[in-house]
Design a protein around this ligand. Structure first.
Ligand SMILES: O=C(O)COP(=O)(O)O
Ligand SMILES: [Mg+2]
Length: 254
């Protein structure tokens, strides 16, 4: 281990750090990716599962745009928000029926997280090229570990990733910095040499809390314009991210 993973105080978690400026001269040994909205377009599969449960309960279906706005803070909040949109429960995890709804969702989603999910164009190629050049790759997602691992296997990404931290791997989720810090610790790379690639305000807040530079992909799930996320850089998708990554993360076999 290169450095200790010290648990930050709650104040540290709330701390808002000044955005970093990322020049083309920056160099990274490792790149950590978010999953939903970054590598994987998962909203069709999440919408399918939610609507299957809703149909059993006589609730009107949600559309994908509604579900997009609910993703990013883990399965628990997704389920609370989805049922809240149908006036079932309070829309928060504190609702008495919440844990039963999450258990039903996880049973259904865990049985098939893959149908309807697709990798964004260029995602697999980008990871393959980077891994081939010796760049260390990790994944830090708020999606629970069971479906995360199933999706990584199904899309052949698992062998490319040296570290995977999911939403229930640790007692904390993004925007707490500890999942991201644990990912780079497992990659054995210090925060100054790693870049995080995400899609949401949660990812940017997590990276800031961890002191890790962050770029975002505009194809993902967020509220408002991509510039408002306050990331160090924004890219449309892998077509424009990949050439830039080749410069800033050349790898030790380049
Ligand atoms: O499960 C979620 O809510 C989002 O997952 P993500 O962290 O990969 O975007
Ligand atoms: Mg995401």
């Amino acid at each position: 281990m290169l450095f200790p993973l010290s648990p930050p105080s709650p104040d540290h978690v709330r701390l808002s750090l000044r955005p970093l400026t990322l020049s083309d001269e920056a160099r990274f040994r490792a790149v950590i990716f978010d999953l939903d909205g970054t590598l994987l377009h998962s909203v069709p599969s999440l919408t399918r599962v939610l609507n299957a449960l809703f149909a059993e309960e006589g609730l009107a279906p949600l559309d994908e745009a509604q579900v997009c706005a609910m993703v990013g803070e883990g399965a628990g909040l997704l389920v609370a928000r989805a049922y809240g949109a149908r006036a079932v429960g309070s829309g928060t995890p504190e609702d008495p029926g919440h844990s039963g709804r999450v258990a039903r969702f996880m049973a259904c989603y865990g049985a098939d997280p893959v149908s309807g999910a697709t990798l964004y164009p260029g995602a697999a190629e980008t990871l393959q090229h980077m891994a081939g050049r010796g760049v260390r790759l990790g994944l830090c997602t708020n999606k629970p570990e069971g479906p995360t691992r199933a999706l990584l296997e199904a899309f052949a990404l698992a062998p490319l990733l040296g570290a995977v931290i999911a939403g229930d791997t640790l007692p904390w989720r993004k925007p707490d910095p500890r999942p991201l810090l644990a990912t780079l610790e497992r990659l054995d790379v210090p925060p100054g040499e790693v870049l995080f690639v995400g899609d949401s305000a949660i990812d940017v807040a997590c990276a800031r809390n961890a002191g890790v530079p962050v770029v975002v992909l505009a194809h993902g799930y967020r509220q408002g314009p991509v510039e408002a996320l306050g990331a160090d850089r924004a890219f449309q998708g892998f077509d424009d991210l990949m050439p830039w990554l080749a410069k800033v993360a050349p790898g030790d076999r380049a």
